[in-house]
Design a protein. Structure first.
Ligand code: PSU
Ligand code: MN
Length: 307
């Protein structure tokens, strides 16, 4: 028995894909598990508007009642942003949600899988999952890293969150053959902050250069993804010294409460939101918007290069 997979697209996404115009995929876990209502809906709609303003088409990815969507309209985004009992889907449980008729938001890993199936090669998010602090004990390493190693999608992020172990995350990406490219600076950004204290392995300064690099990777037959680390705009950044205090406090609370597995990232983000009185959310939204803009420009360059 082979179950057919239909990808539901909005008319806008369908038209853009069939005409070879630029499309940018967006994840939905950031909506359901990463930010509180109603800021999550506002963020999701603003991100889509930014992508359209750059001449590309946004395709927010989610599983709704067992159907895979690449592109959600405003009503669907609004419903998802308030929905309860939404699964947080990665490679391991993506098919489960489809087979069981469940509703699930896609993480970076699941969004990459869906984007690739739909024929979308650029994806904008906030931050990727990675190697967690204390991973030597917990074994908590996000499936996002393996997905970057195998699925050919360009992921535009603001780096890895400092709630993760950034040096180990970079090592794990190198092992998997994933190019990590800082955009416009040498430093590896750390999500809420422009600098992590480490340099990124690679640096490129324009969307054209990223498209050229991608075309060259394809010519070499490299099949995995690539991670673009785009620093948050200066005016929205929260200094690493300040964030590190809050992160330490949030990690201590998570440990004391025995938070594990998929709950870790959403819990830490929620704690940090409270500890910063909402400032972390403003920064999170600003960096996602910046990533959406850059992703749209990269998608534009890629379609120009392959046209
Ligand atoms: N970054 C954010 N907000 C989020 C996430 C990342 O700013 O909600 C989500 C992404 O969907 C990412 C996931 O793929 O967290 C990683 O979860 P885990 O560490 O459980 O793999
Ligand atoms: Mn995990």
């Amino acid at each position: 028995m082979k179950a057919p997979l239909t990808i539901e697209t909005t008319p806008e996404v369908k038209a853009a894909l069939s005409a070879g115009r630029p499309v940018v995929a967006l994840e939905s876990t950031i909506i359901t598990h990463g930010m509180p209502w109603p800021g999550n809906r506002d963020m999701a709609l603003e991100v889509e508007a930014v992508i359209r303003a750059e001449g590309a088409v946004p395709a927010t990815i989610a599983v709704i009642d067992g159907r895979l969507h690449a592109g959600l309209d405003e009503a669907a985004i609004t419903a998802l942003a308030q929905a309860k009992d939404v699964m947080k889907l990665s490679r391991a449980d993506f098919a489960y949600a489809l087979a069981e008729g469940r509703t699930g938001a896609t993480t970076v890993a699941a969004t990459m899988i869906a984007a690739h199936l739909a024929g979308i090669s650029v994806f904008a998010t906030g931050g990727i999952g990675g190697v967690h602090q204390g991973a030597a004990e917990s074994f908590d390493i996000s499936a996002d890293l393996d997905e970057l190693g195998r699925t050919p999608v360009i992921v535009v992020s603001a780096g890895a969150k400092a709630i993760l172990d950034i040096p180990k995350t970079l090592e794990a990406l190198e092992t998997r053959g994933v190019p990590v490219v800082a955009f416009g600076q040498d430093a590896m950004p750390a999500f809420w902050s422009r600098e992590s204290g480490l340099n990124a392995p690679l640096r490129l300064d324009t969307p054209q250069a990223i498209a050229r690099f991608e075309a060259t990777r394809r010519a070499l037959g490299h099949h995995g993804g690539m991670l673009i680390a785009n620093p948050v705009p200066v005016e929205d950044e929260i200094a690493a010294s300040e964030m590190n205090r809050h992160i330490a406090a949030a990690l201590a609370t998570a440990k004391a409460r025995g938070i594990e597995g998929k709950a870790v990232t959403p819990f830490l983000l929620g704690e940090i939101l409270n500890l910063t009185d909402g400032e972390s959310l403003k920064t999170n939204i600003a960096l996602v918007l910046g990533n959406a803009r850059l992703a749209a420009r990269i998608a534009g360059e890629l379609t120009a290069a392959t046209a």
